[in-house]
Design a protein around this ligand. Sequence first.
Ligand code: NAD
Ligand code: ZN
Length: 397
Amino acid sequence: MARVGVSLEGRGEVHLQRFAVTFDYPVCFTENVFDPDNTLLATILARREPERRHRTVVFLDRGVAEARPELPAEIAAYARRHAARMELAAPPCILPGGEQVKTDLFFLEQIMRHLFDHHIDRQSFVIAIGGGALLDAVGLVAATTHRGVRLVRLPTTVLAQNDSGVGVKNGVNLRGVKNFIGTFHPPFAVINDIAFIDTLPAREKIAGMAEAVKVALIRDRAFFHWLEANADRLAAFDRAAMARMIRRSAEIHMRQIAEGGDPFEFGSVRPLDFGHWAAHRLEMLTRGHLRHGEAVAIGIALDARYSVTTGLLEAGLEERICVLLEHLGLRLWHPALEMRGADGRLLLLEGLSEFREHLGGELTVTLLADLGRGVEVHRMDEARILEAVAWLRARAG
Ligand SMILES: NC(=O)c1ccc[n+]([C@@H]2O[C@H](COP(=O)([O-])OP(=O)(O)OC[C@H]3O[C@@H](n4cnc5c(N)ncnc54)[C@H](O)[C@@H]3O)[C@@H](O)[C@H]2O)c1
Ligand SMILES: [Zn+2]
């Protein structure tokens, strides 16, 4: 038994327990996943035990179910066609989409009940079809039922396909605090079906694109140029352009999780959360009236301007970033930026301490040193933040 390398004080003997667990999961990009001739899903379910017929339950976002009323029948037909590999234990369980499913614990219990009633075991499958909120709620139950059952995610929003859905986290809200309860639980597989994006409301499509601009800015200059060159097509929701944008963003996220050195966020750094300290605060201040991506766009613009005023980023690039975001349909001003508390201080500024508290440890904010290059700083200057807010107001006219 290994002795502990670090010095521990106290009486007795200390042995260091240490092991590593490797995770892998396919992230697939397809079109019409429930077309009976598309064998992708059936193949994924059979990946570990090809001879077994897998018991499966499906959770479906009500927004998707309403936009595609024929979907439950299509899922049933798919299961019949691939009956050698999958067995649908029940018709899809339809849950509300959006924050509601993460906020009311009633739904959490409903999801648990469904797994209990249909005898889902550790080799059965939970398929979650929906936006990031539904994936988070179902993901939490899947991670804790029998200490973890297999979850296949089918994200149906731009944000979930290019960002949250390919990652390793889940969570629900408690007493108004977002994601207060949650775990890190890698999925069994992720299937991004571009056809789901067709029925997504325009506002949601636009909001999700902010995350693509974000990852391009901090990680991939060529992707930023591509977004600029294709902004017209993206703004018109051209399917091929949307698919490519989603795929590249998802790839960058995947690489960060696999190679960034901290997939379960033990440290104080969240390298991909550029623009997010202000975004999370704005979401709270507007009580959810701003969609996450809409708030992220404003946060990006703010931190880009801030990066310029500190001399990190070349002047003029912040304007170029704003022009791209606006071209995609995002608005870069909201009155909540100037909301003040009783002491006259901008309420926005509390976003910094909240951001630090969520991860614990030292404040770490990502700024820009160039297009495609994020850098981490541990201090933010209030006067400069105020200047950036004033700049955004002046731009908005
Ligand atoms: N786990 C993570 O790592 C992570 C990361 C980022 C965000 N999130 C979470 O994701 C959530 C936001 O997710 P989101 O932006 O994907 O949106 P969402 O889940 O809030 O859904 C938005 C709306 O779109 C509807 N909808 C979804 N797909 C549709 C479709 N294809 N057609 C028609 N309507 C559809 C939903 O019913 C809902 O009304 C937040 O709760 C956020 O905390 C999680
Ligand atoms: Zn985000």
